[in-house]
Design a protein around this ligand. Structure first.
Ligand code: MG
Length: 276
């Protein structure tokens, strides 16, 4: 009799526990349903014209302010390093008249004028501007190499700048194609969302490394649709790049990603609203 009572109690406990897990995981999932839009290299594509818009060049302060003005969640930008260790905002390797930003000095790069008359922004200048805006920074570490002592001099400098400017670690996202940079970012900024761009690691493999976000080309998610749920089950965030076509944005929304990085942030915002 006592054994029967014990079994009944145990079964009841199990049912209650499983229900609680189910309810809380559903709540987590529901909390994640607001998809966040990230303007790729700022909102530079203001008129939907890939070639003609010179008022808001990619990775300029103007495109950062434009991203803020449309109220999107985040603005992505590329941090590159010059030959003498200066930090500048540009995708590279080419910038205006220079063939390779990483082979030029900081002064030479800063003297280059973007089509709207701005100098190529320094990281310092960019972070000071960001601090005054609501849009959240999504910082891509472009140049990365390990020195002979196994350090990442470029990332160490970026980390110092983030600290110096008092950037909010909880609203910052650091992204990189380098696993080494992502691992260093997790160590240096434990409260910051770090997302790996490479695309070949499963959510579980990234989770093992403490990397809580995947920021993959949308074709990777098309090939591995279950990665969204598997990432969510681990409390991870799924971001996709660079999703521009209406049908691709709609499909990613339906597949349940958390963030969409796009050159068409207004279009993406409308699609997300329509699919709510
Ligand atoms: Mg980038």
């Amino acid at each position: 009799m006592a054994t029967k009572k014990f079994l009944f109690k145990s079964a009841l406990m199990l049912v209650v526990t499983l229900s609680l897990i189910f309810v809380s995981s559903n709540e987590n999932y529901a909390q994640k349903r607001d998809i966040q839009i990230i303007a790729h290299r700022g909102f530079w594509n203001v008129n939907g014209n890939w070639n003609g818009n010179t008022a808001t060049p990619q990775n300029s302060l103007a495109s950062l302010k434009a991203a803020d003005s449309i109220g999107v969640y985040g603005s992505e930008f590329d941090v590159n390093m010059t030959s003498d260790g200066g930090l500048v905002i540009c995708h590279g390797p080419k910038i205006v008249s220079l063939a390779d930003v990483q082979k030029e000095t900081f002064e030479t790069v800063r003297n280059e004028k973007l089509p709207n008359g701005e100098s190529v922004p320094s990281l310092d200048e960019y972070l000071s501007t960001l601090k005054k805006l609501n849009v959240k920074p999504v910082l891509e570490v472009k140049r990365h190499y390990l020195d002979k002592d196994g350090n990442l001099p470029d990332f160490d400098k970026i980390a110092k700048a983030i600290k110096k400017h008092g950037i909010n670690r909880k609203t910052l996202t650091i992204i990189s194609f380098s696993l080494e940079v992502c691992k260093a970012a997790v160590k240096k900024f434990p409260k910051t969302m770090v997302q790996y761009l490479g695309g070949e690691k499963s959510p579980e493999e990234l989770y093992e490394l403490g990397i809580m976000g995947l920021d993959y080309h949308y074709s990777v998610i098309d090939k591995n649709p279950d990665w969204v749920e598997r990432a969510h089950n681990l409390g991870m965030v799924v971001n996709v790049w660079t999703v521009d076509k209406t049908e691709d944005i709609e499909r990613m929304v339906k597949m349940g990603v958390d963030q969409i990085t796009t050159n068409y942030p207004v279009r993406a915002t409308q699609i997300v609203e329509e699919n709510k």
